[in-house]
Design a binder for this molecule. Structure first.
Ligand code: IDP
Ligand code: MG
Length: 143
């Protein structure tokens, strides 16, 4: 996900480009302002944390771009493309290491396990919104 700070700063293309260039495949993508209900479900694991309210307020404050990304080791690779949660600890070359300073404005989200990816995808996407390239006729791209 490109969070609202990333969209507001015009970093959607930068994030999408890094994902594509790494070789991962984007199989669903949508820009919308996430509802309070979806945001609370998405970040349910943090419900007891002191930053929960500000996190929900922020993530619902404006449009964000949600994606489903697939490929070899997609979860681990996406986490490393994004970098550490606190941008101060994020490696240079990662999105947060190159483009962010504050933990609360760290530009991107990525699921932390295949199980959380499934849970989060179910919150944000209907199955019909996710492309299955292997099911598409191989001539589609040339028409
Ligand atoms: P992640 O985004 O790297 O998976 P999580 O620990 O799952 O990090 O936290 C979710 C989001 O909550 C972070 O990306 C960050 O925006 C915010 N957050 C995490 N810890 C803090 C904190 O200590 N203060 C403020 N915001 C935080
Ligand atoms: Mg997390």
């Amino acid at each position: 996900m490109v969070k609202p700070d990333g969209v507001q700063r015009g970093l959607v293309g930068e994030v999408v480009s890094r994902i594509e260039k790494r070789g991962l495949k984007i199989v669903a993508l949508r820009m919308n302002t996430i509802s309070q209900d979806h945001a609370r479900k998405h970040y349910a694991e943090h419900a007891q944390k002191p930053f929960f309210k500000s996190l929900i307020d922020f993530i619902t404050s404006g449009p964000s771009v949600s994606m489903v990304v697939e490929g070899k080791n997609a979860v681990a690779v996406m986490r490393s493309i994004n970098g550490a949660t606190n941008p101060a600890n994020a490696a240079t070359g990662s999105i947060r290491g190159d483009l962010a300073l504050d933990t609360g404005r760290n530009v991107v989200h990525a699921s932390d396990s295949p199980e959380s990816a499934k849970r989060e995808i179910d919150i944000h996407f209907k199955e019909s919104e996710i492309i299955n390239y292997s099911r598409m006729d191989e001539t589609w791209i040339y028409e």
